[in-house]
Design a protein around this ligand. Structure first.
Ligand code: ADP
Ligand code: MG
Length: 256
């Protein structure tokens, strides 16, 4: 039975898509069956995984899944062994109004995923950087939240917004939602600031598990722009090692 993990942060550009993509690859390389769900109207993850094929799925994507115009079985795309995708699409933002006005609007994704949970070990959901119906659906469907963040002043204090949102979701739609952990991203030793912020992060949120730190690496940016995971692009580099370590850490927490 799959464990569902939302990769979320209401800030853009912090590494949600990068984390979802590379964690999914690392877990699938460890033999886990992984389904990734792209619920961001900007479809960066979908583009990263299947390129221009994204255009083919106008009638079977995460939006049509939530409006029940497509079934989950017809919406899943096989990317490679152990790695499947529910794609996003250009037309997803147009579905937002329809979903907002639909019955049981917060549970559309949860319900749609239910039949395939026995087929996977992990479902990873890449989220938009906004607090709307898509993120609410995602958190309602999830067991855990994984939060990438940058070690900047606003990055650290911005965590409060995510924690508030998680509290609201626990009260309203999903009392079992847990924090898997914070993943400091784009870490650099070139100045002392990130290290100082890491300490601040620990002190400000003592109960939040802080997981493997991901270094700032141009290779990650290049890999993403070429639609590759870091393992395909530079499998022996620092960034790939960090994502492997993170995947092992996630497995240990989730599988015990
Ligand atoms: N550790 C990193 N080092 C260097 N660049 C990174 C790193 N993580 C993400 N990036 C780059 O930062 C940009 C934003 O990352 P992305 O994963 O798209 O963020 P989000 O999905 O949160 O908006 C992308 O260009 C990505 O390649
Ligand atoms: Mg993104």
């Amino acid at each position: 039975m799959a464990v569902v993990i939302s990769v979320a942060n209401q800030k853009g550009g912090v590494g949600k898509t990068t984390l979802t993509m590379n964690l999914a690859y690392a877990l699938s390389a460890m033999g886990r069956k992984v389904l990734v769900v792209d619920i961001d109207p900007q479809f960066n993850l979908t583009f990263g995984l299947i390129g221009m094929d994204v255009l083919q799925y106008g009638n079977s994507n995460v939006g049509t899944l939530m409006t029940r115009e497509s079934d989950i079985e017809d919406t899943i795309v096989e990317v490679r062994e152990n790695l499947h995708l529910v794609p996003s699409h250009l037309n997803l933002s147009a579905k937002e109004i329809e979903i907002i006005n639909a019955y049981n609007r917060e549970r559309r994704l949860e319900k749609a995923l239910l039949p395939v949970l026995p087929d996977y070990d992990y479902v990873l959901i890449d989220n938009p950087p906004s607090m709307g119906i898509f993120l609410v659906n995602s958190l309602t469907a999830s067991d855990y939240v994984l939060i990438p963040l940058e070690l900047s002043y606003f990055g650290v204090i911005g965590m409060q917004l995510m924690f508030n949102l998680m509290r609201m979701i626990r009260q309203e739609t999903n009392e079992n939602l847990k924090l898997l952990g914070l993943v400091p991203n784009k870490f650099t030793r070139q100045t002392k600031v990130p290290k100082m912020r890491l300490k601040e992060l620990r002190e400000t949120y003592p109960d939040a598990p802080i997981l493997t730190t991901i270094p700032k690496a141009i290779a990650l940016e290049k890999a993403q722009s070429q639609g590759m995971s870091i393992f395909e692009f530079e499998g022996d580099g620092r960034a790939a090692r960090a994502f492997k370590k993170l995947a092992r850490e996630v497995v240990e927490i989730v599988e015990g």
